[in-house]
Write a protein of this length. Structure first.
Length: 514
């Protein structure tokens, strides 16, 4: 059961002591205190289906048993060594991680976050090329620090302070909102736009705009790097016209620069077709930055690059107190194992396709949905004023977000106008999570005979579909041995019945969730 501060008390602490720039996503904020796989529990014990993965951070599932066990084992043995020593877990992890990369991406730096990873990538690119200027795309997000903020091109994450010189932003090649339209590598094609067989014709136009930028605003031949996400995350799953990234990278290389692929959101199989998002674009980056899903929520990030680039960084030693500590390495290794063992990349592909199809169907009957896009489990739903392309006002969009939460489902918002609903669940989600419901609840004298599909409880017969039973206050779900321990089961979806069990005395309550 929840034993933390009351909701009111958290309001007071938030108002008095938590930095005001830290915004909670909901008007009626959630106090979350437990999680299991794709499920989260609030302070009232209410269960939520997590379709946001704590902003794409939880990759294989909240408190995944294998990942938690790996962390526990490491906690009991050694918490910390810095990179001035060696630890076997770190070495095992690095070997496993690097095996996931193609070509000569063979050298790893372990860090603690995405911002740190992109900051280091910036340094490496500048050290290797000897150039200072860098280019990223409009509306991108690469992190929040006084340096990396210059790469990030989203108003709400920029402060009016001078950022390092030489940071430029190329026009965003957005097939839905961009001036030239375009089509993308996705089952969701943009309506009223082109549907090119190979590379999208608009990609050349956007690449031309990039070349104008290189020729007019960057000292000749002195670009250090082009940074791009494989699909823009914070901006609401914006995909680029087919062929854009490949051609942009060719152009940057002609001008002497490197390509930094920010895989903080798109890595580890999330896009389904490939383990890394950049592989969907048919490019080989010079530097790759990783964070979020790499640690399933544990602070871990990485920069992966070539030997030649890493060699250019040896004029100083690299020191990072916590970067890649043994606990983070134990978690990272377990995450990679779980992705393989549970076929999560394939799941992203299949489940993602299913979601996209369902959402596109919804779009047909809901003109408020202007665009459905994404790949694998990286999905965006752009809301508009019905019948127009005008972004739905952020007030209405956040009301929609709020009511989805009240139905027991957590998703996110994003985009320049905060009018894009973002669906990026833990990769263990499955199709049934969208169909699960209590079918029937009636009196019977039968004992439990089956778990999962049809469960019978003495006194009542509960017919469940794909429902996991959780003890009161959350925690691990019961397995078949739960019979004597049942305290509370909650199934909360609109139109579903909420069922509460208590064992001593046996009490079963049901109500329909409104
Ligand atoms: N890159 C991308 C694509 C991101 O989405 C984020 C975080 N939203 C970052 C970098 C920064 O990561 P962190 O918050 O771990 O610093």
């Amino acid at each position: 059961t929840y034993s933390g501060p009351s909701f009111q008390k958290t309001n007071k602490i938030k108002a008095d002591h938590i930095a005001p720039a830290i915004c909670n996503i909901y008007k009626r904020p959630l106090v979350l205190h437990q999680g299991h796989m794709q499920w989260l529990f609030d302070h009232d014990g209410r269960r939520y289906l997590d379709l946001f993965g704590g902003i794409v951070t939880v990759s294989v599932g909240h408190c995944h048993p294998k990942v938690s066990a790996a962390l526990h084992e490491q906690i009991d043995s050694l918490w910390h060594v810095t990179n001035i020593y060696r630890h076997p877990k770190i070495y095992e992890y690095v070997e496993k991680l690097i095996a996931k990369f193609p070509g000569d991406l063979k050298v790893v730096y372990l860090v603690n976050s995405g911002t740190e990873a992109n900051d280091l990538a910036l340094l490496l690119a500048k050290a290797y090329t000897g150039s200072n200027d860098v280019i990223s795309l409009q509306s991108c997000y690469h992190g929040y620090s006084s340096t990396v903020m210059g790469l990030t091109a989203t108003q709400s994450y920029r402060m009016p302070i001078p950022v390092p010189s030489g940071m430029h932003h190329a026009m965003l090649p957005d097939p839905y909102r961009g001036i030239w339209g375009g089509c993308r590598d996705s089952i969701s094609q943009v309506k009223n736009s082109c549907a090119c067989a190979g590379d999208c014709v608009t990609s050349d136009k956007y690449v031309h705009q990039l070349s104008e930028l290189l020729e007019n605003s960057v000292p000749a031949g002195r670009v250090a790097a082009f940074f791009a996400e494989s699909i823009q995350g914070v901006n609401g799953a914006v995909q680029f016209p087919k062929g854009y990234i490949k051609k942009a990278v060719e152009l940057i290389r002609k001008h002497g620069g490197l390509f930094v692929a920010d895989e903080v959101q798109t890595g580890f199989g999330r896009t389904g077709d490939a383990f890394w998002g950049f592989q969907n674009h048919g490019v080989q980056p010079d530097i790759v930055t990783l964070a979020k899903g790499i640690g399933n929520g544990f602070p871990l990030g990485a920069v992966v690059t070539t030997k030649a680039i890493a060699e250019a960084h040896t004029k100083s030693s690299y020191f990072n107190t916590f970067g890649g500590n043994p606990m983070a390495a134990a978690v990272g290794k377990a995450v990679l194992e779980v992705i393989e063992e549970e076929g999560l990349q394939q799941n992203c592909k299949e489940t993602g396709r299913y979601f996209l199809e369902q959402l596109m169907e919804l779009q047909n009957s809901h003109p408020v949905i202007g665009d459905v896009r994404g790949k694998g489990l990286m999905i965006g739903l752009e809301l508009v004023e019905p019948g127009t392309k005008q972004p739905l006002n952020s007030g209405d969009a956040s009301e929609i977000l709020e009511s989805i939460k009240d139905l027991g489902i957590l998703i996110g918002t994003g985009g320049r106008w905060r009018n894009v609903l973002r669906i990026k669940p833990p990769m263990c989600i499955n199709k049934k999570d969208f169909t699960s419901k209590v079918i029937k609840c009636e009196e019977t004298k039968e004992p439990i005979v089956e778990y999962g599909k049809v469960s019978k409880f003495e006194g009542f017969q509960i017919t469940l579909e794909n429902t996991i039973l959780f003890p009161a206050g959350g925690g691990q779900p019961f397995d078949l041995g739960w019979l004597n321990d049942v305290e509370v089961l909650q199934v909360l979806r609109k139109g579903d019945q909420a069922i509460h069990f208590t064992q001593q005395p046996i009490e079963i309550g049901t109500d329909v969730v409104q």
